[in-house]
Design a binder for this molecule. Structure first.
Ligand code: UDP
Length: 315
């Protein structure tokens, strides 16, 4: 059993990952500055004998003993990462350097949570890992997109220059329990709006597409990547290739919640990608991984989670 560090361990993906690693018998240390992470996401883990939590901002150096590092720390939803773009960049770049140094000191593997945002407004569809992207470097999404691109560069430069044991995954839109209710993400917004019979806010005409992966599938892919052969650094796309328009998602959520909500249209935020769908051939080949949970099944589980949160006054 290993000593594992999860940065962003109180966030949506981080907390789901901590639960899974503990269930596998590992010792887990979670670090989070609680900017978007929430202690509530890990409250039942705090007393676990193999779990430790430290509130810390990864843009400041720190030391923890670890055999493996899952580096998830970074605000990931547009409203949150745009609230303080400079701090988002600091987290992406300085935070990444701190974590790579930490990996080196520990001779640990480090798995970087990169993102489909590195492809920007893609001109290739679906996106393969060879596509170099189409990012507006001065737009409002750039602090995250370019920050994550620079973090990938750092990973590969540490790998080439110092032999750091890196692995890089590019995560496409993921949803499920422990999403932040005020994150402004499309799945959480639509479900909460539908459960409260409030207007469903579709940005633009709703014709833009995303491909939604249920969190359990993603966590499975992430752990497979960490456990893959040392030579396989990635980057590898992890996501569900089933593509839906935002309007289709709105209609599905209304139907599954039996909601009386109406759909309204609000302005499309700038630089909002028109379409996004992963090509996962590399993950299938190298990791033997593909998602198993369809959108309806995943949405129903997520609806159950948010209904419970609403009834406990957690939202
Ligand atoms: N979106 C929407 N209504 C919302 C929130 C988001 O129509 O209440 C749209 C958003 O403009 C984007 C898509 O849904 O086209 C996915 O947005 P999200 O923030 O979840 O993820 P990202 O844009 O980072 O893929």
């Amino acid at each position: 059993m290993k000593n594992i560090l999860v940065t962003g361990g109180a966030g949506f993906l981080g907390s789901n990952l901590c639960r899974k690693l503990l269930a596998q018998g590992h010792t887990v240390t979670a670090v989070d500055n609680l900017y978007t992470g929430r202690k509530d996401n890990i409250k039942e883990l705090l007393d676990h004998p193999r779990f430790a939590f430290f509130e810390h901002d990864i843009s400041e150096p720190f030391f923890v003993k670890a055999d493996e590092i899952y580096h998830a720390a970074c605000p990931a939803s547009p409203p949150h990462y745009q609230k303080s773009p400079v701090s988002t960049l600091r987290t992406c770049v300085i935070g990444m350097m701190n974590l790579l140094e930490l990996a080196d000191k520990n001779h640990a593997r480090i798995l970087q949570f990169s993102t489909s945002e590195v492809y920007g407004e893609p001109l290739v569809h679906p996106q393969t890992e060879l596509y170099r992207g189409n990012v507006n470097p001065i737009g409002i999404r750039a602090c995250y997109d370019e920050g994550k691109r620079c973090a990938e560069t750092l990973c590969f430069d540490y790998y080439r220059e110092y032999g750091t044991k890196i692995k890089v995954i590019r995560i496409f839109n993921t949803y499920g329990p422990y999403m932040h209710a005020q994150d402004g993400r499309v799945v959480s917004n639509f479900i909460i709006q539908a459960l409260q019979n409030k207007d469903i806010t579709v940005y633009g005409d709703g014709g833009q597409t995303r491909s939604f992966c249920y969190v359990d599938d993603l966590i499975d892919g992430i752990i497979r990547m960490m456990e893959s052969g040392e030579d396989f650094t990635g980057p590898v796309n992890l996501g569900n290739p089933s593509e839906f328009t935002v309007m289709q998602l709105a209609q599905k959520v209304i139907a599954l919640t039996d909601s009386k909500s109406n759909i309204i249209h609000l302005p499309l935020p700038s630089d909002d990608p028109t379409q996004r769908k992963p090509d996962i051939a590399l993950a299938v080949k190298e990791l033997g991984w593909e998602p198993k949970i369809d959108l309806e099944t995943g949405l129903l589980a997520t609806i159950r989670y948010f209904s419970k949160e609403l009834s406990h006054g957690g939202i």
